[in-house]
Design a protein around this ligand. Sequence first.
Ligand code: UTP
Length: 223
Amino acid sequence: MRVVVSIGGSILTDREMYGAYARVLRGLAEEHELFVVVGGGAVARQYIGCARSFGASEGVCDELGIAITRLNAMVLISALGDAAYPHPPTSYAEAREASLLGRIVVMGGVSAGYTTDAVAAILADYVGADLLVCLTATDGVYTKDPERYADAEHIEHLTPAQLVSIVSNLGMEAGAKSPFDLVAAKVVQRSGIRLIITSGKSPENLERAIEGERCGTLVEDGS
Ligand code: UTP
C-alpha cells in the first residue's frame, strides 16, 4: 500500500519516540511505500508565541512553524538512517520524485495557512495514497474537546462531510490546537482519501491502522 502518515509534533517529543517510530517505520517500509509528515508541536508554538508577542504577522508565525517542522523531520530522517530519503522535500512534486528512489520520504510544512495535517492530506491526494494515517495526542475525534468536557464522546466512524462540520468551528491561527485542521478535512472530502485519526502515543497504532485493525476514528464515505 502507498501510505501517508502525519505524526504530530506533540508525539515526537524525545529521543525514545523518534527511535520507536524509526523502528516501526523501517519494518512497515518492507511492505509499504511510506511518506511521513512531521509536526512542530510545543516547540513550534513556543517560537510562534515569542514572535507574535513582538507583533509578528500570522504569515511570519507560520514560517517559523514550518521551520520547526522541518527540523523535526530532519531528526526523524537521522533516526531512520539509510531507510529514509536524506532531506525533507519542500514541495509535493519533490516528495513524489524522492519516493521513486524507494526510500521513506519524511517532510515537514510546505506553505503558510495550514498545518502538517493539511500537508499530509494534500500529499496523500497528490501521490494517490491508499490510506492517510494521522497520529495525534488523542485517540481519534470526539464530539467535543475531551480535555475540557467529561461528557465528550469518542466517534468511531465519520463521513468526510461530518469531519468538515466538526473541525470547521476550530481556530485557524498559527499554532492553533485541533485534532485535524479544516484545510486537511476539506482535502480529504474532495479527494475521498481513506483516513484514520488515532493516538500516536503508541507507535504500534500505526501498524494497527495499516493492517486494518480497528483503532481511533475512521473517516470514509458511506461509513
Ligand atoms: P503543526 O502541523 O505542528 O501544527 O504546525 P499542529 O496542528 O499544532 O500540530 P502538532 O501540535 O504538531 O500536532 C505548526 C505550525 O506551523 C505552521 C502553522 O502555523 C502551524 O500551526 N505551518 C505548518 C504552516 O503554516 N504550514 C505548514 O505547511 C505547516
